[in-house]
Design a binder for this molecule. Structure first.
Ligand SMILES: Nc1ncnc2c1ncn2[C@@H]1O[C@H](COP(=O)(O)OP(=O)(O)OP(=O)(O)O)[C@@H](O)[C@H]1O
Ligand SMILES: [Mg+2]
Length: 233
């Protein structure tokens, strides 16, 4: 479904990715891990079209993704919940969800919001609250829900557990698994909570200095403590 080959990109003159590759198949959860500054968020930004591609190729269901048109990529079925799960604090929960569906017709949007409220009852209860008044975990849920509004084929999550207590991390991860199982959406997830993300993903890529340092089944990396330590040195 998603195929990244020999990708090179960066910011201005600063190169961050040096020929990295990655593949996500239909309905699969894939984890992208690695130390701070390795370029994980940069990969997600490149896939959703927020960065120009210097070299290499990104294909989504066979179509070439160009580094310039995020809206077109949303229409193709790629959505992104960025790091820090930014929600619009002064808008209500419902308004935040409406923004996620900016490309849908009024009727479609209405139906989608009803469906999403079923999936996230907490958000339904808080529909009229300002998003800024939600707890950290609830805001994370809102960011996740907002990215699901347009019925993506590929959902990209950048550290959905950031700043959450262990209990809430569990809740968010369970939700991610539930979404994957029930809706069949493919998920590319960047996470620092390595053990937790290896538990829910099928495949894992580890990025180091802008290159893939390891790829394999999540199951086999989970028990390899030496390897794991090495990847984060
Ligand atoms: N907007 C930007 N402008 C210039 N440099 C940037 C920008 N965003 C990131 N960088 C640089 O690119 C490199 C990779 O950043 P990136 O955010 O992709 O790392 P990351 O793997 O997601 O790290 P973290 O785990 O801390 O989130 C870093 O050296 C960072 O300083
Ligand atoms: Mg990051």
């Amino acid at each position: 479904m998603l195929e990244i080959k020999e990708l090179e990109t960066g910011y201005g003159k600063k190169q961050v990715l040096f020929g990295m590759h990655l593949e996500v198949c239909t309905s699969e959860i894939v984890a992208l891990i690695g130390p701070n500054g390795a370029g994980k968020s940069t990969v997600l930004k490149a896939v959703c079209g927020l960065l120009p591609l210097w070299k290499g190729e990104i294909r989504f269901n066979g179509d070439v993704i160009k580094g310039s048109n995020p809206a077109r990529n949303v229409a193709k079925g790629i959505t992104f919940a960025p790091q820090g799960s930014l929600v619009f604090a002064d808008l209500t929960v419902k308004e935040n969800l409406e923004i996620g569906g900016f490309q849908l017709s009024r009727n479609e949007l209405k139906t989608r919001i009803v469906q999403i409220f079923k999936m996230f009852p907490v958000l339904k209860e808080r529909a009229r609250y300002d998003a800024g008044k939600l707890s950290g975990g609830e805001q994370q849920m809102l960011a996740l829900a907002r990215a699901l509004i347009p019925k993506p084929k590929l959902l990209m999550l950048d550290e959905p557990s950031l700043g959450l207590s262990p209990n809430l991390v569990k809740v968010v991860f369970e939700k991610i698994v539930e979404i994957n199982r029930e809706v069949g959406v493919s998920i590319l997830i960047v996470e620092q909570k390595v053990h937790e993300v290896l538990d829910i993903s099928k495949k894992v890529y580890s990025l180091k200095l802008g290159q893939i340092a390891y790829e394999g089944a999540s199951e086999s990396l989970k028990d390899d403590k030496t390897k794991l330590k090495h990847l984060f040195l």
